[in-house]
Design a protein around this ligand. Structure first.
Ligand SMILES: CC(C)(COP(=O)(O)OP(=O)(O)OC[C@H]1O[C@@H](n2cnc3c(N)ncnc32)[C@H](O)[C@@H]1OP(=O)(O)O)[C@@H](O)C(=O)NCCC(=O)NCCSC(=O)C[C@](C)(O)C(=O)O
Length: 285
């Protein structure tokens, strides 16, 4: 598909500031109060150091163009359908309002795979977010690109009306129905113009999703919030998630958690029992 060696190790450095307005908009988006410890909520780092390509340089999916030669940080993978596949995050210290942050991102690997759904290219990116106090968040993010879907491709995910989600065996449960305003607010917080999150004809006709797709980091932030409800603010030292199937706007999302200490398991399921996200976490010892 391409010789990717030139892209491995490429770095991008961005700076930002954790301003009070961003934090209050984030809290409003998630219907919650400010953390009691005065720091910012875990997961807010996904709203910092954002891509700021001019509108004229956005591609057909609403993301910055990938065929912009070496000007673009991400490699020009020719598969059009992008998804956030997974992330492994270490929360080393909390960020605070007013912090000036620097994020260094580096392309770790690019791998071509053949999945049940077709051809896949994974791009793994290491991000390190630091403030004046030192390294705060370390993350390895995996972005996946998928082949184009023709008009004959069945809409995904399929509806499995004969099954339903069973919360037995989980210690904590919360149901959220992601609405269009929630998706819009999260796109705005992350300056993410990816059309699968707000443009229904595009999501359905071009990428063949059954509806608007809930952002992976939005579902992950809802799971972090479930952990926060059980364990308190900034309680996690690490958090890893993997998107298994797209969550669809307007459909119930069952957020669940069990375990404690170093073995916390979290997950998100659709109402028909389809698993949307698998996650694990460790608390600060
Ligand atoms: C990714 C899909 C298409 C692969 O589905 P599949 O059935 O084709 O894959 P598979 O057959 O299960 O696996 C094939 C290979 O891929 C690997 N693999 C498989 N899945 C993952 C994963 N998640 N993370 C890392 N690796 C993964 C898997 O381990 C295997 O590797 P192997 O051959 O070496 O054994 C499928 O799992 C899926 O649809 N997942 C849901 C993704 C999702 O909903 N993400 C959030 C919404 S998109 C979004 O937020 C976007 C945003 C914010 O705008 C933005 O662009 O950044």
């Amino acid at each position: 598909m391409g010789a990717w060696d030139a892209w491995i190790g490429r770095e991008e450095v961005r700076t930002d500031r954790v301003d009070a307005g961003l934090v209050s908009r984030w809290l409003a988006t998630f219907d919650r109060d400010a953390p009691s410890d005065g720091n910012v909520p875990q997961g807010l780092h996904w709203c910092l150091c954002l891509p700021d390509a001019p509108t004229a340089k956005l591609g057909p999916d609403g993301h910055p163009l990938r065929d912009d030669g070496l000007a673009s940080f991400l490699p020009p993978v020719p598969l059009p359908r992008r998804m956030w596949a997974s992330s492994k995050v270490a929360f080393l210290q909390p960020l605070h309002v007013g912090a000036v942050v620097t994020r260094t991102s580096r392309i770790l690997s690019i791998s071509e795979k053949s999945g049940n759904s077709g051809q896949l290219v994974f791009v793994d990116v290491a991000h390190e977010t630091s403030s004046e106090n030192g390294l705060a968040v370390r993350e390895v993010q995996s972005i996946v690109y998928r082949a184009a879907a023709g008009l004959e491709t069945p809409l995904s995910p399929p509806v499995e009306s004969a099954r339903s989600f069973d919360a037995n065996g989980w210690d904590a449960q919360r149901v959220v129905v992601p609405s269009e305003p929630l998706l819009f607010r999260y796109s705005a917080l992350t300056f993410n113009s990816h059309r699968i999150h707000y443009d229904l004809p595009y999501a359905r006709d071009e990428e063949r999703y059954r509806g608007l797709v809930v952002h992976g980091p939005l579902t992950a932030s809802l799971l972090l919030d479930l952990a926060r409800r059980a364990l308190g603010d900034n309680a996690l030292a690490s958090f890893a998630f993997r998107g298994l199937s797209p969550a669809i706007c307007g459909e119930a999302l069952h957020l669940v958690m069990r375990g404690s200490g170093n073995e916390i398991e979290l997950a998100a399921f659709a109402g028909d029992g389809r698993q949307i996200m698998a996650a694990s976490a460790q608390g600060h010892i």
